[in-house]
Design a binder for this molecule. Sequence first.
Ligand code: TYD
Ligand code: MG
Length: 447
Amino acid sequence: MTMFFCKECGFESTKWLGKCPACNSWNTFVETTKLVQKGKKNTHHLTDNKNKAIPLDKVSFDENHSRIASGLNEFDCVLGGGIVPGMVALIGGEPGIGKSTIMLQIAGVLAKDKKILYVSGEESSEQIKLRSIRLGINSENILLLCQNNVEQILQEINNESPDLIIIDSIQAVYLSAIDNLPGSLVQIRETANVLTRMAKQENIPLFFIGHVTKDGAVAGPKILEHMVDTVLYFEGELTNQFKILRTTKNRFGSTNEIGIFEMTDKGLRQVENPSEQFIMNQNNYSGTAISCVLEGSRAFLIEVQALVSPTNYGNAQRVAVGIEQKKLALLLAVIEKNLMLSMRELDIFINFSGGIKVIEPGTDLALIAAILSSFRDKPLREKTVFIGEVGLNGDIRPVSQMEKRIKEALKLGFKEIFTATDIKIKPKNVQLHKVKHISELGPIIFD
Ligand code: TYD
Ligand code: MG
């Protein structure tokens, strides 16, 4: 049967449409063949099939009992407390970021008392063996299946009845009932559908590894994200040792929780005190400021670096690593307007330590302090932290969970704190600066 569906949101239609009625994107409809199973509706949700409503208080559920700890705390935290039986998760990231590595490490820990089926459609068993030697993993409970055909994979799942299944990657497997190439929209949708349904029926946790294109989307239809319970993204620059695992969707916990890892010669290592890791520059140079960010349930300190230098030729450059380019443009406009500084003929480069991508606004103030510091070529005082959002007219605003952030700064021995709020905790030997507008910064941040 021929169907059309939207590449952006997965909306289905029997005829081609120029504009998607669901997500309003233009020209996103593609023609596909739809796999229809006879006499069976395509359901892949975790639902009871009985057509009888049950009172909420009669539903039995023991959360702690059902969660399986993966053994990597950072990973469990990202999942919201561990692996849930029958959960289907997608772990996305650029090629080479460490997706296969982390899944093999998790398999290695769980193999103590669980049977894991690691299906690889991309690498040979020798390649995986080589990786497992580097990681120091060896177990008879990890079963490797180097197979691309989903029908065969399902058969092996049936034979072995594993406790956890890893599919590396969803772009590499295919159903032979469909003509399209592996990695195509239809193949991804239908293979994910078939495997998800199996996982739900058998109550086996299933992890799909998915490659992500440069613009940050899972290569293939967005519907993959709709189909799974949990979506995890591995982010960070490939050349940077830190990798951040972030939840963008979680039916079993909160989103925006992050796990921080470091790639070493023996695989991924959990980073337990990110504050200490992300503040690399203990000597104060000009253009460096410290802020405290809140990611999920934890706060940690990070370093913001700014380099402001005269433009040599052509247009002034604006390069931001770790924040959006538009955010930088906005803050520069705020500085120019409120502090009467002209940045037009200056190149400005911004970098956040550790390759972390910052989405929350609490680092605005530190960013401005770093830019001012580089602009005047004067270092900021040591052990100073800046926490606050900056509004369009230069006003400084408080951000969420201030106490938590300040506690983290105090724990690391910070001596001066710049914020827009009154702080309840009054620590000894610590100077608190309440600043309401960026024009107040200049006179007090430098010696
Ligand atoms: P990999 O997990 O294969 O990435 P993905 O599956 O996301 O494509 O490998 C990530 C990179 O990490 C690869 O370039 C090799 C490197 N690496 C290490 O530095 N140390 C290790 O112990 C391992 C296993 C890999
Ligand atoms: Mg891989």
